[in-house]
Each structure stands twice: as C-alpha cells, then as structure tokens.
Design a protein around this ligand. Structure first.
Ligand code: NAI
Length: 379
C-alpha cells in the first residue's frame, strides 16, 4: 500500500500532512510512504528527515500520483492532482465537502474514494483523529498571541515603581475548542477574560479557566443539538446576545470571536455600532472569517481599520504555527489511516462507525447523504 504526501499548493499554507514521526508508524503498519521533495520544509522538516524516517523522496509528482493508493493532504487537492490519480485511489484531507461540494466533482469523475477530515464523527473512539479540534486549538492560541502583539498595551497586571499597569481585557465569543484555548492562553498571559456562548455547558468550562461567563436570558430556548453543537438562533435571540456583547466590548482590548454553527453562515455577533463603541487601539480577531465572520466589518484575510479599532479575520491561522499544527494533524491522519490498513493492505470497511461517516465518495459515487443533498440542491 503506497501512501503519498505532496507539497501543499494553497497560498500561505505551511503545513504538511505527514511528519517524519508518523511516516515511521505507517511503515511499521506495512505501508510505504513517498514524499514530494520539499513538502515538509515550511514545517521545518527536510527531505533528509523523511529519508531517515524511511520515506522515499521524489520530484516527479505525476509518477508519484500514478502509483498512489492513498494520497494524504492538508487542503483539498487541485483538479490536476485528482485527474492524475488512478481510479479507486483514496484521498484523505480537509476536503470541505459541505462548504464546496462541487469542487469534489473531479474526484467523482475520476472514480476516487475520498475521506474528509471534517466529517470524522466526534465520538470517543475517534478523538485521536479529530483534526478540527487540533486545528481549532492552534488557532485559539495564535489569535491571543497575535492580539497581544498588536495592541498598544501589555497583558499582565504589573506593579512597578512607576505605577500600576492594569491587565488587558479580553472578550471571547464562542467557547468551543478554539474559544476555550483562547481563554486559557489569555489567562496565562495575565489578562482579565470574559466569554460568551449560547451553550449552557460552556459556562462551567469557561469558569474553570478563570474567566467570567456572560449569560443571556434566552427564555429557555433550545440552543444545542443532541451532538452538543450550537443551533442557529432566532433573530430575537441573536439580538439579545449582541446587546450584551456590545456592552462588554466597550471595555475590551482584544475581542476574539470563534462562534460557528455547523453547515450555516457564522452568526453575526458584533455589529458595526458595537465596533464604534470600542476603545481606540482595540483589536478584533474573527476566527469565523471563512464562514462569513462574527463581526459585521470583517473581511476574510484582510486588515480593516474602523474608528481606531483593527479587525482581522485570518482564515488559516494554523498554517502560521506549521510545526505543531502539522504534528497534530499528522497524528490525526495517521490514527485514521490505521483504520484503513489491515496486514499492510488497504481495507476499507464502510460499516465502521468512523470510516463510513467520513467517506464522501466511494469509487466516485457520493455516499455521504448531506453532501449528496447539498449537491442536488445546488444543481
Ligand atoms: P464550533 O467551531 O462549531 O463553534 C464554536 C462555538 O461557537 C461553539 O461553542 C458554539 O456553541 C458557539 N456558538 C455558535 N453560535 C453562537 C452564537 N450565536 N453565540 C455565541 N456562541 C455561539 O464548535 P467546536 O469548537 O468545534 O465544538 C463545539 C462543541 O463540540 C462543544 O460542545 C465541544 O465540547 C464539542 N466537541 C466534542 C468533541 C468530542 O466529544 N470528541 C471534540 C470537539 C468538540
């Protein structure tokens, strides 16, 4: 069974799908691994590191793809890459099957079997494969570091001979995986942190990290589904949240927004008016930029300045921490691959409760019902 790793092509991408440590694991499971020359460089891993781990290095991308059984990627491969694979080959990566299902058509035409890291169910058995959580952890951490480096103040409370420096104030909107990591990082740097989420369960987690949980009376409204994910709220419920947020944003130095609702546009939590009410020199880091943003003024991957407030909406913060982001991702991918390898051979069991739900196409046929429905509604 031949596993291939290419150099990622997305502009700004510095992660690599497999790190040398994982290559060793896959070899011991009976697979062989080919890595495109230079694939790990931006994540501080040289070709020599891969050779030492037992991988073959190649500069001939087409020849590599023609022999590939499983292509592992970070981002969705280009149409050319899909077309160069053999029918029946497997592709595993962040394929964005729900956001951009049409972009997988070349994989369908080519008869490929595709697995999306985003679709791996968040059940206990698949925790080691949860790449969404890994990347959200990195993004939450990096957002705080970016905020701390950008504001014209320091984070911790300092008592000096020249007087007392008050701690920075951080407001975190959405206390899921990224939000909780942002809270923990901001607390470690000494900031006073407030956080808001619609899921009641988030309150206890926020408080256990030493932050204040902002509560809104939503009149007993159901805010989460059976899987623990937030539901899309009514306009009235959203407005109550927005009013509370606008009030607390007035005194914040850094606002980090992470609120998302799976399969929907991100909820609008910070209005233009709320931004105008903020302090000069404050910064908003909107981590929901890829799904429309939580701040009305956010522009994905652009810097917006308004009334002395800076608004960033970086869509790929994990790529700015490429060593650790790749390390975590590579382990997630390897844990998933272990389900597809039996006695050194590819063995796909779509009845498996992790493998089946993660599969988008099987030999070109769409097998995921949500993806099929979204393709049908857009055709
Ligand atoms: P996410 O990225 O989809 O959303 C981030 C946060 O935004 C969530 O906490 C959500 O409640 C919040 N949010 C949505 N709409 C909002 C609104 N209008 N106002 C304020 N906040 C809003 O979620 P993420 O971080 O991927 O995970 C969320 C849930 O999944 C959590 O319950 C988490 O504990 C659970 N989870 C479970 C795992 C497991 O059991 N293996 C692994 C990872 C997450």
């Amino acid at each position: 069974m031949k596993i291939t790793v290419l150099k990622e092509e997305l502009p700004g991408e510095a992660r690599v799908a497999l790190m040398p440590d994982s290559v060793k694991k896959l070899l011991s499971a009976g697979a062989t691994v080919s890595v495109e020359s230079g694939a790990g460089l931006a994540a501080a891993r040289s070709d020599a590191d891969y050779v030492e781990a037992g991988a073959a290095i190649s500069t001939d991308r087409n020849a590599m793809l023609q022999e590939t059984d499983v292509l592992v990627t970070v981002n969705r491969p280009t149409t050319d890459v899909f077309a160069a694979l053999r029918p029946g080959a497997v592709v595993l990566g962040f394929l964005r099957p729900l956001d951009e299902p049409q972009a997988l058509e070349p994989a369908m035409t080519r008869g490929l079997t595709t697995f999306a890291m985003e679709l791996i169910p968040r059940i206990t058995r698949a925790q080691s494969m949860d790449a969404l959580s890994s990347m959200a952890t990195v993004a939450g951490y990096k957002a705080v570091v970016l905020g701390a480096a950008s504001i014209p103040r320091m984070f911790p409370l300092l008592m000096t001979a020249a007087g007392t420096v008050p701690p920075a104030r951080v407001l975190v909107l959405g206390a899921g995986v990224a939000g909780l990591q942002a809270i923990a990082t901001a607390r470690r740097l000494g900031a006073v942190v407030e956080a808001y989420d619609v899921r009641a369960a988030a309150g206890e987690q926020v408080r256990s990290l030493g932050a204040t949980f902002l509560e809104v009376d939503l009149g007993g409204l159901k805010t989460e589904d059976a899987g623990g994910y937030a539901l899309e709220l009514s306009e009235e419920a959203l407005k109550r949240g927005r009013d509370l947020i606008a009030e607390h944003a007035k005194t914040a130095d850094v606002v980090i927004t992470t609120a998302q609702v799976p399969g929907r546009r991100a909820p609008l939590l910070l209005t233009e008016e709320a931004v105008h009410g903020m302090r000069r020199g404050a910064i908003i880091i909107d981590l929901a930029g890829a799904t429309g943003g939580n701040c009305a003024l956010s522009k994905a991957d652009e810097v917006v300045e308004q009334a002395g407030v800076t608004i960033l909406a970086p869509t790929n913060l994990p790529a700015t921490v490429p060593v650790h982001a790749s390390q975590l991702y590579s382990r997630n991918v390897t844990a998933f691959l272990s389900l597809l390898i039996k006695d050194g051979q590819l063995n796909i069991d779509l009845n498996d409760d992790v493998v089946g739900p993660s599969c988008v196409t099987n030999a070109g046929q769409v097998v995921n019902t949500r993806v099929a429905a979204s393709l049908k509604s857009s055709s």
